[in-house]
Design a protein around this ligand. Structure first.
Ligand SMILES: NC(=O)c1ccc[n+]([C@@H]2O[C@H](COP(=O)([O-])OP(=O)(O)OC[C@H]3O[C@@H](n4cnc5c(N)ncnc54)[C@H](OP(=O)(O)O)[C@@H]3O)[C@@H](O)[C@H]2O)c1
Length: 303
């Protein structure tokens, strides 16, 4: 398979670069909420650099990279500012590397930067078998936390989450984590199946809750819920912090280090050829992905 990626910068955009795509993954967040009906979908990408703009430094045609493009990656070619990319982890295939960027960046930034997880702290991750959750469990363990994953018994998810390093697993079809009496110092809530006030019950008095689904509650829309979380934060010692992950070369490099140290690996549920990208998107939209979905573009572009 000859995979490639074109990278351009602003002064090179007129050069009509064409790079051969890559493997691209999709993220439920983007497609369910911010999908561009007329545009090219997909934001994660990995492959080989086809061309770079004149002012790009540190990347050359032929380099294997992974990263993110906001102009779409489910296509034969992708382009983005060079800072959106980092060298592909040496121990991953291109397809595996395409499964990393946004989900892993989200998990890293949530746990390391927002929650500032310390060794020995208790961390609960909902949606632990999904795209963000599978990375979050591994990253929380790498940060030294005692990790509880919340998932179902569907398709061996409990075993999967344990194999990723979770110390405890809660089956959400039998147990509501907000009603066990157990309290956690950090909750990364990728599902938001419970209200903010219910989730806070499972948080220590000075704990951090990251609502990471953007879902609206019964009375408030997603924005309202974010505002509510921020306002509540003013009146409690608990920290409630919804956030948006950012592309960031340094954080891609941090992930590369964790991956090459064997502390984090992607879980890939299914792969699809580019010609079946719509099928892949429908599958992601069902909300039961185990890890990530990867779309592969062949050497000839189409399959
Ligand atoms: N902040 C950001 O910048 C950012 C970036 C990326 C994603 N996100 C958000 O992160 C969330 C997770 O994204 P994702 O890509 O990980 O989604 P996903 O891959 O679709 O994950 C869904 C997972 O959630 C599990 N699940 C469903 N209901 C559950 C429940 N009640 N309790 C626990 N687990 C449950 C599913 O397991 P079963 O099959 O067992 O039901 C599935 O494994 C999304 O809401 C997305 O919008 C935010």
């Amino acid at each position: 398979m000859g995979l490639a990626l074109s990278l351009i910068d602003e002064d090179a955009s007129a050069a009509g670069f064409a790079g051969l795509t890559t493997a691209a993954t999709m993220m439920a967040f983007v497609h369910r909420r911010y999908g561009r009906p007329d545009g090219i979908r997909g934001m994660d990408v990995a492959g080989r650099v086809e061309a770079v703009g004149r002012s790009v430094q540190g990347l050359e045609p032929g380099d294997a990279v992974f990263g993110r493009s906001s102009t779409g990656t489910l296509a034969e070619y992708a382009c983005a500012p060079a800072d959106n990319f980092a060298p592909k982890p040496a121990n991953l295939t291109v397809e595996q590397a395409a499964a990393i960027p946004i989900s892993a960046l989200t998990a890293l930034q949530a746990l390391r930067d927002i929650a500032k997880v310390l060794p020995g702290q208790t961390v609960l991750v909902t949606g632990a078998s999904g795209g963000v959750g599978t990375f979050a469990v591994q990253i929380a363990k790498a940060l030294g936390a005692e990790v509880t994953g919340v998932c179902s018994t569907r398709r061996g998810n409990v075993d999967l989450v344990r194999s990723l390093g979770a110390d405890h697993v809660i089956d959400y079809t039998r147990t509501d984590f907000t009603r066990t009496g157990q309290r956690y110092e950090v909750i990364l809530d990728n599902v938001e199946a419970q209200s903010l006030s219910a989730a806070r019950r499972a948080l220590t008095p000075t704990g951090t809750l990251i609502p990471n689904n953007g879902k609206g509650g019964r009375w408030v829309d997603p924005l309202g819920r974010i505002v509510k979380a921020r306002l509540l934060s003013l009146f409690t010692r608990q920290t409630l912090r919804p956030f948006l992950s950012r592309e960031n070369r340094d954080d891609l490099l941090a992930l590369k280090e964790l991956i090459e140290a064997g502390k984090v690996l992607p879980v890939i549920d299914r792969t699809y050829p580019l010609s079946q990208a719509a099928v892949a998107l429908r599958y992601v939209g069902e909300g039961h992905t185990q890890g990530k979905i990867v779309v592969i573009v062949s050497a000839t572009g189409h399959q």
